[in-house]
Ligand binder design. Structure first.
Ligand SMILES: NC(=O)c1ccc[n+]([C@@H]2O[C@H](COP(=O)([O-])OP(=O)(O)OC[C@H]3O[C@@H](n4cnc5c(N)ncnc54)[C@H](O)[C@@H]3O)[C@@H](O)[C@H]2O)c1
Ligand SMILES: O=c1ccn([C@@H]2O[C@H](COP(=O)(O)OP(=O)(O)O[C@H]3O[C@H](CO)[C@@H](O)[C@H](O)[C@H]3O)[C@@H](O)[C@H]2O)c(=O)[nH]1
Length: 444
């Protein structure tokens, strides 16, 4: 049976391509004609390592097709994955316009049994709404004889590692109230499972909430370690040593304990906010989630604060280099990237910016424009004559730079390292004035 993925953003495109890789016939649908045209011509609209080759191979072998026609894509598909965006509304709650729009289209076009799988991140009870909307359309068509199931199957992939995450997931979460549908979903996913990794079948609301709880838990770890990093700075402790000290406790673990400039991206900020809204609607207080968000907002402002502490509030006459624009390495995604706020903050205060990123420059140019900002293809060229470097994304090519070259080209050798990439003691020995996160007071 064919598979249809609706929405060709990160999730839809990766889901469709990985199922094609497993031998399924897959239709990828999007309402964005430009996007579909590009995909039909082999142009991938996002940067994701390994995706382009995989799309190309599966397209050439005839298993992966792209279309704007949902009715065509649905016809022979048993599994319909909804993977459209759920952006934040002004009040922080999830905007379900696209999800509900797709459900309506499905209701208008469904002609035989389908399993409709919600892969978009959606608040609890959205599965019920999707079911209701499809049913309403069937009523209008006087076709309530057509059966369908709605399943929640949240996606846990990370950008930059999306294919690996999809092909080898830690777990698959399936929310369904139908045992047979659960079995079909299990079978569909069985090729992706390694030893010990499971398909977890639960009710729909639990699956929907699991996604928000997972992202909020990870965001909590990040805000927690960022708060501890401030205590480190104030006390002379070193956050890297503390991270190793706590992370080696198997109950705590090492991942997601890197202090930095706050979490960004298209998921954590919006999902923490959306969970707060859901809880508030349910009358549940959210002390922890509120703090996670507040700490993150403060952390995103930290580097600009450090710059202002050193140079004053009026930054006119100063030029700063930025290394790293994307919200994390291995992606060109700049949604909620800390770099946006930091660059805007510096430019507002009169500074000029020399910006470099290995991949995200064209996306950055669209979002930030040219006012006060010059974009560089070469990261050392961006350093020429600058007052200081701000390192914002831990791309591999910034990890072991030519420090001697940096000392030669910078006006003054000052680094604000938002990702703790270098050793503070070595930097000082080499003649840099080096500021980082949670390691500034360590003089031992
Ligand atoms: N980006 C991630 O890493 C990630 C990971 C896990 C879960 N999620 C969740 O998955 C969902 C999708 O995220 P994304 O980043 O892939 O989204 P995206 O915004 O990059 O892409 C969504 C796509 O859906 C298309 N679309 C909108 N309405 C449509 C319709 N009616 N029919 C067909 N296509 C339509 C848009 O044109 C767009 O191409 C969100 O809920 C997100 O929270 C994202
Ligand atoms: O120790 C850490 C780890 C991450 N981050 C930051 O956290 C943000 C998110 O990073 P990451 O989780 O790697 O990227 P995403 O692609 O946004 O993935 C998250 O969001 C996705 C969308 O919901 C989920 O599917 C993934 O499981 C979840 O990790 C980035 O700004 C990182 O710089 C830190 O500051 N410290």
């Amino acid at each position: 049976m064919d598979i249809c993925t609706i929405g060709t953003g990160y999730v839809g495109l990766v889901t469709g391509t990985c199922f094609a890789e497993m031998g399924h016939n897959v239709w990828c649908v999007d309402i964005d004609e430009e996007k579909i045209k590009k995909l039909c011509n082999g142009v991938i609209p996002i940067y994701e390592p390994g995706l382009e080759e995989m799309v190309k191979r599966n397209k050439e072998e005839g298993r992966l097709r792209f279309t704007t026609s949902l009715s065509e894509a649905m016809e022979n598909s048993l599994f319909l994955f909804i993977a459209v965006g759920t952006p934040p509304k002004e009040d922080g709650s999830a905007d379900l316009t696209h999800v509900i729009g797709v459900a309506r289209e499905i209701g208008k076009n469904i002609n035989n049994y389908k399993i409709i799988i919600n892969k978009s991140t959606v608040p609890v009870k959205t599965g019920l709404k999707v079911r209701q909307v499809i049913y309403e359309e069937l009523l209008l068509r006087e076709r309530t004889d057509i059966e369908f199931d709605v399943v929640s199957n949240p996606e846990f992939l990370k950008e930059g590692a999306a294919i690996e995450d999809f092909l080898r997931p830690d777990r698959i979460v399936i929310g369904t109230d139908n045992v047979r549908t659960g079995e079909l979903m299990k079978e569909l996913y069985s090729p992706f499972l390694r030893n010990g990794h499971q398909v977890l079948i639960m009710n729909i609301s639990s699956a929907e909430l699991t996604k928000y709880a997972a992202n909020s838990m990870l965001a909590t770890r990040i805000s927690f370690i960022n708060e501890i990093s401030r205590i480190c700075d104030a006390s002379g402790a070193d956050i890297e040593q503390v991270r190793l000290g706590i992370g080696s406790d198997s109950r705590i673990g090492m991942p997601f304990l890197y202090a930095g400039i706050g979490y960004g991206g298209s998921c954590f900020p919006k999902d923490v906010q959306a969970l707060i809204r859901t809880a508030n609607e349910l009358g549940v207080p959210t002390e922890i989630l509120n703090s996670v968000e507040m700490v993150n907002i403060a952390q995103k402002g930290l580097l600009v604060e450090m710059v202002v502490n050193k140079y004053g509030k009026d930054l006119s006459g100063y030029t700063f280099a930025i290394w790293g624009l994307a919200f994390k390495p291995n992606t060109d995604d700049m949604r909620e990237a800390p770099s946006l706020e930091i660059i805007n903050g510096l430019v507002e205060k009169g500074a000029k910016i020399n910006a470099h990123d290995p991949i995200a420059i064209s996306v950055a140019r669209e979002l930030l424009g040219e006012h006060g900002i010059t974009y560089y293809e070469n990261n050392y060229s961006a350093l020429e004559g600058v007052e200081a470097l701000l390192l914002l994304t831990e791309w591999n090519n910034y990890r072991r730079p030519d420090f001697h070259r940096m000392l030669r080209v910078m006006k003054t050798p000052t680094i604000f390292d938002g990702r703790n990439q270098y050793d503070p003691k070595k930097m000082k020995q080499m003649g840099f004035e080096y500021y980082c996160i949670g390691r500034n007071g360590n003089n031992e």
